[in-house]
Design a protein around this ligand. Sequence first.
Ligand code: NAD
Ligand code: LMR
Length: 331
Amino acid sequence: MSTIKVVVTGAAGQIAYSLIPRLVDGKTFGDKTVDLCLVEIPQVVDKLKGLVMELEDSYFPNMGEVSYTSNFEEASVNGDWFLLVGSIPRGIVYNGKKIEERSDLLSINGGIFVDQGKAIGKNGNDNAKVLVVGNPANTNALIGKNAANNNSQTWMAMTMLDSNRAKSILSKKTNKNISEITNMIIWGNHSPTMYPDSENAFISGQRGSDLINDMEWIESDFLPSVQQRGKAVINARGASSATSAAKAAIDTVIACETPTDHGDCFSAAIASDGAYDVPEGLICGYPLMTLEDGSIEIKRDLSLSEFALSKFQISIDELVSERDAVKHLMQ
Ligand code: NAD
Ligand code: LMR
């Protein structure tokens, strides 16, 4: 049996509590043995002892070695997967200020990803995959990838939760099972500017735009519902999405570990190489495919309507302004 090393930051947080057991349950990485390295800030790291006890008590035959630390540099050595969850969420009070918008997070969380990126680039395995969950996820990934400076590694930011939310809404609207919805693409930023693409989605084999045929509903109901769902959950539960975010992170890992079904794609943000006229380097939500050799490619043959392009552009512009705001972290 082969072994894979998975490093998780923010390991004592809400998302991690749902996420970590699923990494070792034998489904996410198949029959591989999974070594876990859990990372937290020094003030919290000792709490991880309790989580490790629970993991041991859960009986996971595929679980390998489990360690925890507040030293990311050490944790990163020979990592195959990095799930970077550790960061501050919206909805909490930080230094006396209520964190309302993702932009508030840019200055607080961005700095975390400079040192983590450097360590991953230097110590992580070649072909390591990195999924940034902590917000603002796209720009944090941009900072981390720049600091890593290692092109054999793949940096992504999570938009799978948005894709899953969009599928759930389309499933209710069309009375089709969620499993019948494919090609559910989130273009752009994981933020309220994202563009969830109902036109290129397929629902029971039919193009979404043909089946729904209701632009008024798409524009004034579907788009804002997906774009604002994170906020709606924060308002309802007083904390940001956790179990659904963990499920989406697992879905992303599985999508990257398994060749994508012919004709389908999955959603994550990845560095632009100019595809779909997105400025090179931005970490942008794209339709992705995992090929037989394990590499991840952008699906390039999709067309976007005038309406879609105008919405996508708003999100691209936001990514550019976020990039400009963190230039000092990208030396
Ligand atoms: P949480 O506050 O419960 O947990 C975050 C944990 O990260 C804390 O335990 C904290 O101590 C730790 N942490 C902070 N800085 C760290 C560092 N430098 N190294 C290691 N650990 C560190 O928050 P949560 O609900 O688990 O959310 C985590 C992040 O995920 C937030 O930024 C949230 O906005 C984001 N999020 C993203 C998505 C998405 O779809 N991309 C969805 C939901 C939440
Ligand atoms: C979400 O989409 O649920 C998260 O990104 C949390 C947030 O701040 O919206």
